[in-house]
Design a binder for this molecule. Structure first.
Ligand SMILES: [Zn+2]
Length: 269
């Protein structure tokens, strides 16, 4: 009897480290890249020749970004506030003009951020950023609308997520819709498995279709996925288009993807 109890206890003792290990895999510490990126911000003057943003407003957005990227020890430092005389670029007319801006003003060994008044071909998102641009810093850049930088303080962090290779949580036109049960998460939606399926359609009005009219950040969407399950997206994810005030960070897998992109791009930095 005693032996049996001991064996039983031994079994419990032996099994607990295995369980703990299983949990540790999910919550394994994030890699630390220990990298400070130099950021150059380009601001075209407006049609009146005025500069529509101050350096301290840009610094605030960068300070916010440093909080959200701290878990992987990535930091951003504003190294230059570059004013562009050509007012045409304050509202680039099309992607050709965006390409021209980068060819003319892009600086090497820095993350290039252009702050513009409007991006006519991007009605819904706050910016137009080269996806995974971190791998090609001499060619790729971020573009952010002024109103987002000033009024939605986490929008620069969202765009930086794109620059580090992350998709919006609802995916793109090129990715199939993600199912709520996550069974196709590697090939659908945002291609990340620890971000729940997000049914948001860019251009839709958020409230009351998706969000409760009176309770901030409360998801109420009643639609079902193709398998008949209700959505429970994380409205607090940095890569959603839910209100900026709801956004509170990236997931583990999003961080891992960003670190992977950084590691493949290290020759460029
Ligand atoms: Zn986005």
């Amino acid at each position: 009897m005693k032996i049996k109890i001991l064996l039983l206890l031994g079994g419990i003792y032996l099994s607990s480290p295995i369980m703990a290990q299983g949990l540790q895999i999910q919550d394994k510490p994030l890699p630390c890249i220990e990298k400070t990126f130099s950021v150059v911000v380009h601001i075209p003057k407006d049609t009146l020749g005025d500069i529509y943003i101050r350096e301290d407003q840009v610094q605030d957005a960068i300070d916010t970004m440093n909080v959200y990227f701290a878990p992987i020890c990535a930091r951003f430092e504003l190294c230059e506030f570059n004013v562009i005389e050509n007012f045409q670029y304050s509202i680039p007319a099309n992607t050709n003009e965006w390409e021209q801006m980068k060819v003319k003003y892009q600086q090497n060994n820095r993350i290039n951020v252009f702050i513009v008044l409007s991006i006519p071909w991007v009605p819904f998102d706050c910016g137009y950023t080269d996806l995974g641009g971190l791998e090609f810093p001499q060619r790729d850049a971020l573009m952010l609308k002024l109103i987002c930088l000033t009024d939605l303080p986490k929008s620069l962090s969202h765009e930086m997520g794109h620059y580090f290779g992350l998709l919006d949580t609802y995916g793109t036109e090129n990715t199939p819709p993600e199912l709520v049960d996550g069974s196709n998460c590697e090939t659908a939606g945002d291609l990340i498995c620890d971000t729940p399926a997000d049914p948001f359609v860019p251009g839709d009005t958020l409230s009351p279709k998706y969000l409760h009219a009176d309770i901030p950040c409360r998801f109420v969407f009643e639609g079902e996925d193709p398998a008949g399950q209700y959505y429970t997206p994380d409205v607090g994810n940095m890569m959603t288009l839910y209100p900026d005030t709801c956004r509170c960070g990236f997931t583990q897998q999003q961080f891992h993807k960003m670190v992977d992109i950084y590691r493949t791009s290290m020759g460029s930095w």
